[in-house]
Design a protein. Structure first.
Length: 191
């Protein structure tokens, strides 16, 4: 079983690369954004709990996010491996994910971080905003805030995986296929 955390700031290309990796390695995709939309849309018990926090303007607790991830993994039956996209976002989530993977008799094999200079991120996000329909992709102040939140709250997760010798950095600038080939080289080395 191959379990990968695909990591990087907004606009680094995680979604684009995830789709290609899922196809090549037959991985289950876990995105907390997708999980939230599913649970909220279906009105599940987990979705109702999450809604109470969101309605108060509070962050959904890590334990609830992990419960959604646990349900997704167990609900998919036998999987070849998992690619975590946009998760974990905090060191506490990374620790909880390690515990969950241990319960399932598996582990995170590697974190692959897409490294992209900030100016390139801004250009990509603003360009994506022309077609994505996401208002936060079209507002330069919101883009700045998202990058700052990533640097302050999410970037420390890289250190967590570095301590475990599971961190791999990949240049996230170049053609989609070049970046994909570089990611695959890391995965093939880890496997």
């Amino acid at each position: 079983m191959l379990n990968i955390v695909l990591f990087g700031p907004p606009g680094a290309g995680k979604g684009t690369q995830s789709a290609k990796l899922i196809e090549k390695y037959n991985l289950t995709h876990i995105s907390t954004g997708d999980l939230f939309r599913k649970h909220l849309g279906e009105g599940t018990e987990l979705g109702k709990k999450a809604r109470t926090y969101m309605d108060q303007g509070r962050l959904v607790p890590d334990s609830l996010v992990i419960d959604m991830v646990r349900e997704k993994i167990k609900g998919d039956g036998k999987v070849n491996g998992i690619i975590f996209d946009g998760f974990p976002r905090t060191v506490a989530q990374a620790e909880a994910l390690d515990e969950l993977m241990g319960e399932l008799n598996t582990k995170i094999d590697c974190m692959i971080a897409l490294e992209v200079p900030e100016e390139e991120l801004r250009n990509r996000i603003m360009e994506r905003g022309k077609t994505s329909g996401r208002t936060d992709d079209q507002d330069s102040e919101k883009v700045t805030t998202r990058i700052q939140v990533y640097e302050k709250e999410t970037l420390p997760v890289a250190g967590y995986y570095k301590k475990q010798d599971k961190f791999y950095s990949v240049n996230g600038v170049g053609s989609i296929d070049e970046i994909f080939d570089n990611i695959c080289s890391v995965i093939d080395e880890v496997k």
